[in-house]
Design a protein. Structure first.
Length: 232
């Protein structure tokens, strides 16, 4: 398996006490962000119950979505590294809280998605389902339909030693036959975050990302061996 994965998505979901969507506040926030490296190219406040800041660069999209009880910052088909997304969070979140008079982020959820290219398998479905999970010949007789993707799901609860609840999905990647798709979503609710402590969020973002490289990768790597060289 290729050790360097390809990150395709970052997102942060920031939950706060419900507040009405205020058009003037959001216009000010959009302007304030335009003076920083967390700027967006367009604003849509035509829907009373939500507002959207948006930028697009070829396939990559940057989105900030405002809802009454949450803010979402999304990098879809990301063309930026984790460090840049962390910088955007560190810049934007205090401005969001101050402009909209939000005292605290009560809970935040951070999602990282990436793909790993396989070394010894051309089909990720065969690698994951048949080889790793030993399900060869045991799926189609029951479902009797073509299989587009398949995979594994894990939930690792928060403990005193491990912060955040982690939801992990590992699947064959529908956009590339020989790549494994990995999604880790960390949910952090023990520590509310105010404008002066946004570093808590960016630290948890890095921890979520590290779970892919330090835990998911070695888990998958143990199965990506040449089948012809494996002992029976």
């Amino acid at each position: 398996m290729q050790i360097e994965d390809r990150v395709i998505h970052f997102s942060a979901e920031l939950i706060h006490h419900p507040l009405p969507i205020e058009r003037q506040q959001l216009q000010k926030l959009y302007y304030d962000l335009s003076q920083t490296r967390a700027a967006y190219d367009s604003i849509d406040i035509s829907v009373p119950t939500q507002a959207k800041f948006h930028s697009q660069r070829d396939k990559a999209q940057s989105i900030m979505l405002h809802l009454p009880e949450r803010i979402l910052m999304i990098e879809e088909w990301a063309d930026i590294p984790l460090s840049t997304f962390a910088e955007k969070l560190h810049t934007a979140v205090p401005l969001v809280l101050q402009t909209q008079n939000i005292a605290q982020i009560l809970l935040h959820a951070l999602t990282v998605r990436s793909t790993f290219a396989l070394t010894h398998f051309d089909d990720a479905r065969i690698f994951l389902l048949d080889h790793a999970c030993h399900l060869a010949g045991r799926i189609n007789p029951h479902f009797q339909r073509p299989l587009a993707t398949g995979g594994l799901r894990f939930v690792f609860p928060e403990t005193n030693e491990h912060r955040g609840t982690l939801h992990v999905n590992i699947e064959s990647f529908r956009h590339s036959a020989n790549e494994i798709f990995v999604e880790v979503k960390g949910i952090f609710g023990r520590q509310p975050v105010d404008a002066d402590h946004v570093g808590v969020i960016t630290d948890n973002l890095r921890a979520t990302r590290s779970f892919i490289t330090e835990n998911v990768f070695p888990f998958l790597q143990q199965f990506d061996a040449n089948p012809e060289q494996e002992s029976p």
